[in-house]
Design a protein around this ligand. Structure first.
Ligand SMILES: NC(=O)c1ccc[n+]([C@@H]2O[C@H](COP(=O)([O-])OP(=O)(O)OC[C@H]3O[C@@H](n4cnc5c(N)ncnc54)[C@H](OP(=O)(O)O)[C@@H]3O)[C@@H](O)[C@H]2O)c1
Length: 321
């Protein structure tokens, strides 16, 4: 069956906005389910064919109802931190939601689902709540347990305008004069561009060869966390001495940040960062997608030279604040 109308969970976030843009341009009808329509409406509701619906996706009846007129589902819901450290928040957002999603898809006869996971997701060996619950969610969905054709996407960190990686380090570097203490400095990442992620998700949607696959997604190069933070400082023209914390100090820094509002770093993040986030093979190649390098994109948004970064100015000039 040709997919026409897609429900997107977590579609208001960083990845979701790029994906919605991409799918809307390809002519799909999109139903984005959100906890707050007001908060998230701005640049999403202008996309052709997109309906933004406020609901509680954790309520099985509401979820089932909202999926009733859809042919496929994309689940982008993910959290990096929870209240407390028990793992319950991760379980709720990653595992219990997927259980409800499987039921809602089965009851509505939906046969196609794209699941956003993460590199190193592993129900048994994952080092953090984040990685274990992402792994549990994948295992519920594969291999085709519920008669739903699932593709899971396992990216390294994702970069692009409004990402939470380079932008967060940029803010932290600006706040920290001279010395910047860095936990988990040697962990390796292969940052992948958000538009490359959106591209492979869109291309796989109608591709039976992607059914029941778990795609690893990486950028063209691998860097240590220290390289990436140094690169962020250089791009911003900031002179900072990065101080590499050893494992014990990294753990202590995470434990302290557990109590900082908004948790800029946490014990769970520290545990996730104990494993390198790099691909064994890069599945972007399956679709001939050339991975985009950070050097060609990151300076544009960190230095506010991208077109999108001027939207607020444009709105203000047009008296549309
Ligand atoms: N960004 C990365 O570097 C990266 C790397 C690897 C994997 N991923 C995965 O990619 C996915 C998207 O990441 P992102 O960076 O776009 O995240 P994001 O910007 O934080 O967006 C996630 C979205 O999920 C929804 N959400 C969050 N917590 C929820 C909850 N408890 N219940 C219901 N909905 C909730 C939110 O939608 P509403 O507020 O509208 O309800 C939010 O817009 C996640 O699954 C993440 O784990 C991201």
């Amino acid at each position: 069956m040709r997919i026409k109308r897609i429900a997107i969970l977590g579609g208001t976030g960083f990845v979701g906005r790029s994906l919605c843009n991409h799918l809307s341009q390809e002519g799909y009808e999109l139903k984005v389910l959100t906890r707050s329509r007001e908060y998230n409406r701005d640049d999403l509701i202008v996309l052709p064919g997109l309906e933004l619906v406020q609901t509680n996706i954790h309520d099985p009846e509401k979820l089932k109802l909202h999926l009733a007129d859809c042919d496929a589902v994309i689940n982008l819901v993910g959290i990096l931190n929870e209240k407390g450290n028990s793992g319950k928040g991760f379980k709720h957002a990653h595992v219990e939601l997927v259980e409800k999603l499987i039921s809602a898809c089965s009851e509505n006869g939906i046969k196609r689902l794209l699941q956003m996971s993460a590199l190193n997701a592993d129900a048994t060996n994952g080092k953090s709540h984040y990685l274990r619950t992402k792994g549990e969610a994948e295992d519920l969905l594969h291999p085709n347990n519920a008669g739903i054709n699932v593709t899971s996407f396992r990216p390294s960190i994702i970069f692009g305008d409004n990402d939470s990686f380079f932008n967060r380090f940029a803010s932290l570097l600006k706040m920290t004069p001279l010395f910047f203490p860095l936990a988990c400095h040697a962990t390796k990442f292969a940052p992948v561009y958000v538009l490359d992620v959106a591209e492979i998700m869109a291309r796989s949607l109608n591709d039976p060869e992607s059914y029941n696959q778990r795609f690893q997604l990486c950028g063209p190069q691998t860097y240590s966390l220290k390289d990436l933070v140094n690169y962020t400082a250089q791009t911003l023209g900031l002179k900072r001495k990065i101080i590499s914390l050893n494992d014990i100090l990294s753990r202590i820094q995470a434990a302290v940040f557990d109590f900082v509002p908004g948790k800029p770093f946490s014990t769970d993040n520290y545990l996730s960062a104990k494993t390198d986030s790099v691909c064994e093979y890069n599945d972007l190649a399956r679709y001939n997608i050339q991975p985009t390098a950070i050097e060609s994109i990151v300076p544009q948004y960190l230095n506010n030279t991208s077109y999108r970064s001027h939207y607020t100015e444009f709105r203000s000039a047009a008296h549309r604040d």
